[in-house]
Design a binder for this molecule. Structure first.
Ligand code: B12
Ligand code: SF4
Length: 507
């Protein structure tokens, strides 16, 4: 394909979510914002069509499943919007595997308008499965990993007749074969332009009044995000972040971040800011410089790091500065309450013995505390047992946390756990769906149903305290579990849970 590209449309797809909009969240799409910044700097005409935020009040039930709805502009509206822009190229961000069907529908609409429009897909899902994405012939190219270094050379190559020999970070079809050229050079985070927020319908994001980790807050809630670093050196078996950002930590300069925050406050009048980072605290000195800068400005911002902070990186000084700067919530990525699981299955260096002190101090400072758990994990030679999962819930009961977020292990393509689950035949047929509130694996130790039941009971028990008032509920939960689980667990699990609950009561 040879094509001179001038007009580029960048798009966000509609979202399919359960009726009642469970798990639905509207956010400024930062990845697309960065791509828009690079394209604008290179003098392309860039238009944004975020079909989700533009059609946030519209929803259609899925024809074959009325329990699911698709939120966003409808196909006719999307058709009209794209046609009006007359694009030479359309770039779509495809972050979520569970939403890929919606990406495909956008690509289909683009090609129905004009087969010659180049369709490029990027994002976490596209990066994890470029071959799968390019099975769809409405999609021409996949950008693998960070797109800032790739998009301009790709446009050049398309303009000059498609010589991709020197390009990396892309995937394309060549004589009906899919060629995958992984990225070789990571982006220099201190030289790329800021996300081109001015091209996006920012007021619509603010009007939606939501953000990552926060459901609808109503008008007046003006939230934005910043990304202060990229990359993470750790090896958590379920994490796909390295596929985009690699393992080497790349920090943005504190002064640039403070300038970006200042712009968000002065130009966009935000009152809430969240860090989209994976490892904000990895360089503590830099983190403290950023926090000090925010404290000095006295913006009165609400701050949050909803992806979760690595608990072992938080010390007393950081905690106090975070509070002073405006962090009202502390989200701790604990993942498991069992040391063996952390070390041998997840491979995350959480130090469990440090948590009670950290949580106490955070409570004393007045933080609302979120804890994240991942349950139902597997490794090459182990499956997480119910006893180990119970350790996690027991820890949660001991720590004085406010909100517990439990995710069933989700085996995203390209992660270590995906490869293991695939090899061992553990993947349930619906493992790619979007919802972390459903188990995705079937193992020799437990089925999805058994795991779900066990976890439901544990959550219920977590909601109760050890007062006698709740004993009937705890007993009911225990025997209910014992009754419904298979024979192997019936007796052991029922007695075990009862024993623990009585022990806790009389300890
Ligand atoms: C913020 C966030 C959200 C937000 C907002 C999304 C948004 N509109 O921006 C919300 C809260 C909505 C969200 C929800 C979920 N999320 Co989320 N989320 C993230 C998070 C933490 C940051 C995304 C981000 O801004 N990154 C920073 C930007 C700069 O990176 P980027 O988007 O990848 O973009 C770069 C490249 O990918 C590429 N690129 C991206 N798009 C494009 C497009 C083109 C044309 C080009 C050329 C390049 C390109 O270039 C960009 C710049 O370098 C990521 C993890 C992560 N570290 O990225 C998870 C992540 C994307 N989320 C994930 C998941 C699983 C979910 C949920 C399913 C969780 C759940 N069950 O609730 C839901 C799905 C919701 C739904 N509607 O279906 C997974 C996706 C894995 C997968 N394969 O599906 C990720 C990767 C985290 C993880 N490993 O688990 N999420
Ligand atoms: S610490 Fe976080 S970002 Fe790093 S590998 Fe683990 S889950 Fe991924």
């Amino acid at each position: 394909m040879v094509k001179d590209i001038k007009n580029i449309v960048l798009m966000v797809q509609p979202a399919t979510v359960p009726l009642g909009r469970y798990g639905f969240n509207i956010n400024f799409p930062m990845g697309l914002g960065y791509i828009a910044g690079v394209l604008e700097q290179a003098n392309f005409n860039v238009e944004i069509i975020d079909t989700l935020v533009e059609g946030v009040d519209q929803e259609e039930p899925l024809p074959d499943n009325p329990n699911l709805i698709t939120i966003g502009l409808n196909p006719e509206q999307i058709h009209q919007r794209i046609t009006a822009c007359k694009p030479d190229m359309v770039g779509i961000t495809s972050m979520f595997t569970g939403q890929f069907a919606n990406t495909q529908r956008l690509a289909e609409i683009v090609k129905s308008i004009d087969q010659e429009i180049v369709v490029v897909i990027g994002g976490a899902h596209a990066t994890a499965d470029p071959k799968g994405v390019l099975q769809d012939h409405n999609i021409d190219y996949v950008v693998i990993g960070e797109g800032e270094n790739v998009i301009l050379p790709l446009i050049d190559a398309i303009g000059s007749g498609g010589d991709f020999a020197n390009l990396s970070g892309i995937s394309y079809r060549h004589e009906e074969q899919v060629v995958v050229r992984p990225a070789v050079k990571m982006v220099d985070v201190n030289t790329i332009p800021l996300p081109a927020r001015h091209l996006f319908p920012m007021e619509k994001y603010f009007k939606a009044g939501e953000r990552h980790g926060i459901a609808h807050q109503g008008e007046g809630f003006r939230s934005a995000s910043v990304l202060t670093e990229r990359g993470c050196p750790f090896d958590c078996n379920f994490c796909s972040s390295y596929q985009i950002f690699g393992k080497a930590l790349r920090y943005r300069n504190a002064d640039d971040i403070l300038a970006e925050i200042d712009q968000l406050v002065t130009e966009y009048k935000i009152n809430d800011l969240y860090l989209a980072d994976d490892q904000f605290l990895a360089d503590r000195k830099r983190a403290i410089k950023i926090l000090d800068g925010i404290i000095d400005k006295n913006y009165g911002l609400h701050l949050d790091a909803p992806n979760g902070l690595s608990p072992w990186m938080i010390n007393d000084e950081v905690l106090k500065k975070m509070k002073q700067a405006g962090f009202w919530r502390l989200s701790l990525a604990i993942e498991s309450g069992n040391e063996w699981v952390l070390q041998n299955i997840i491979k995350k260096p959480v130090k469990l013995h440090l948590l009670p002190d950290l949580v106490d101090k955070a409570n004393n400072l007045g933080f609302e505390i979120n804890a994240f758990l991942v349950v139902g994990n597997v490794s090459e030679d182990a499956v997480e047992t119910f006893e180990q999962i119970q350790d996690s819930f027991d820890l949660m009961k001991k720590l004085k946390i406010h909100n517990l977020h439990v995710s069933y292990l989700s085996p995203h393509k390209g992660t270590e756990v995906y490869e293991i689950a695939l090899k061992k035949g553990y993947l349930a047929h619906s493992f790619e769906d979007t919802f972390y509130n459903r188990p995705k694996l079937e193992t020799p130790l437990w089925t999805r149903k058994q795991l779900e039941l066990f976890v439901t009971i544990q959550r219920l028990l977590c909601l109760t305290n050890d007062s006698l008032l709740f004993l009937p509920l705890r007993m009911f939960a225990s025997s209910w579990g014992g009754f419904l689980l298979n024979v192997r667990y019936k007796i052991i699990f029922g007695l075990y849970t009862m024993f623990r609950s009585l022990k806790a009561r009389f300890a």
